[in-house]
Design a binder for this molecule. Structure first.
Ligand SMILES: *[C@@H]1O[C@H](CO)[C@@H](O)[C@H](O)[C@H]1NC(C)=O
Ligand SMILES: *[C@@H]1O[C@H](CO)[C@@H](O)[C@H](O)[C@H]1NC(C)=O
Ligand SMILES: *[C@@H]1O[C@H](CO)[C@@H](O)[C@H](O)[C@H]1NC(C)=O
Length: 326
């Protein structure tokens, strides 16, 4: 075999490897490697971590994982009663002796951006520092693209993007003054792919990548870590609270629990590994959604495959059934 044949075989194997490996993983390859050989979640012990959107789903389970790792936590969301429950659960069952004084419940509505500085000051006065800000607030959407009221787009961006950006600016000034810090943003595979029937949501998640990738390059050398977290279908009750096409309306349907969706617990385990290793972007999902993320590197093939599968098929991967009928 000549050089070209060997080179060609190598390229073919490399590509097959990337397309087949996602079959056996529930996250991207780097995150899977870090879980086996990188820093464990326990390496975060003693860090002060502020979780926005900690009352349910991924944020709630991330709180459990981080309490188990021995972190000091600030739990934020709108509903104080739910946060108190999460705090109780953290205290009831953790391996690292995290106690009452290690967990601060700070309930507020992230959309009240006037409160951001005040809330951050409370975090600092309680713990004296902040190491990681985890953004996990937000609402999904089910709607038909052309029917979406512009007010819904504005609401989705207000909640999923602008409120989070305003708080991040408050915290970033502190991080820069301290010589560094770490942001973790719950985006979505819909933040890097085009999710059908979720126009405003998908747009808002892409916007987060724009804002934070810009921040990343702007602050190179200043010790600002940014972890973009992109989960695929996860077993959280996100549909009930989802935006629709109409302003002020909630989708209201129960989310189907499906074995093809990852549990919030597993998702949170992987998030804690991503935090411990300060990974830049992680994809957390089973096949086939994970494969779609890898297919992005094959733009033409990607479009042919997505076209053949069609929007209904993609919808079923996300929701386990057709939730929006055209
Ligand atoms: C747990 O906390 C208690 C009370 O502060 C302390 O006496 C005990 O030594 C701690 N245990 C561990 C394993 O750190
Ligand atoms: C952003 O946060 C700061 C600090 O809390 C606050 O003063 C300001 O009003 C917020 N911006 C907007 C547009 O609400
Ligand atoms: C976090 O990402 C997952 C996956 O896209 C999504 O289901 C969940 O709603 C997101 N959380 C928020 C609060 O945006």
């Amino acid at each position: 075999m000549g050089f070209l044949e060997i080179f060609g075989a190598f390229v073919l194997l490399y590509n097959l490897f990337y397309l087949l490996i996602p079959l056996f993983l529930d996250c991207d390859m780097l995150l899977a490697l870090k879980e086996k050989f990188g820093k464990p979640a326990d390496s975060l012990a003693g860090k002060v971590i502020w979780i926005i959107g900690a009352s349910s789903g991924i944020g709630e389970h991330t709180a459990y994982e981080l309490a188990n790792a021995g972190c000091k936590l600030v739990l934020s969301a709108r509903r104080d009663d739910l946060l108190q429950k999460v705090k109780e659960n953290c205290l009831a069952d953790n391996k690292k002796n995290v106690t009452e004084k290690d967990i601060l419940v700070l309930s507020f509505n992230i959309r009240d951006s006037d409160l951001h500085q005040k809330m951050f000051d409370k975090v600092l006065s309680e713990f004296g520092k902040l190491d990681i800000l985890v953004h996990n607030a937000g609402r999904s959407q089910r709607a038909i693209w052309e029917n979406i009221d512009l007010k819904v787009d504005r609401d989705a961006f207000d909640l999923n993007v602008f409120s989070l950006i305003n708080l991040s600016r408050v915290v970033l000034k502190y991080f820069l003054a301290q010589g560094g810090g770490h942001f973790a943003i719950n985006s979505s595979l819909a933040g890097i792919l085009g999710a059908p029937f979720s126009g405003s949501y998908t747009g808002s998640k892409h916007a987060l990548h724009g804002y934070f990738e810009s921040l990343r390059t702007e602050k190179f050398g200043k010790n600002i870590a940014i972890t973009m977290i992109c989960p695929g279908p996860i077993q959280t009750d996100f549909l009930r609270e989802s935006f629709t096409e109409k302003a002020g309306e909630k989708f209201g349907e129960e989310t189907q629990v499906s074995a093809k969706k990852m549990s919030s617990k597993r998702c949170a385990e992987l998030i804690s590994i991503a935090l411990a290793n300060q990974l830049n972007e992680v994809w957390i999902s089973f096949y086939p959604a994970l494969l779609f993320a890898y297919l992005k590197f094959y733009p033409n093939l990607n479009m042919i495959i997505l076209h053949l599968l069609g929007p209904r098929f993609i919808q079923k991967i996300r929701d386990s059934k057709v939730t929006v009928k055209e």
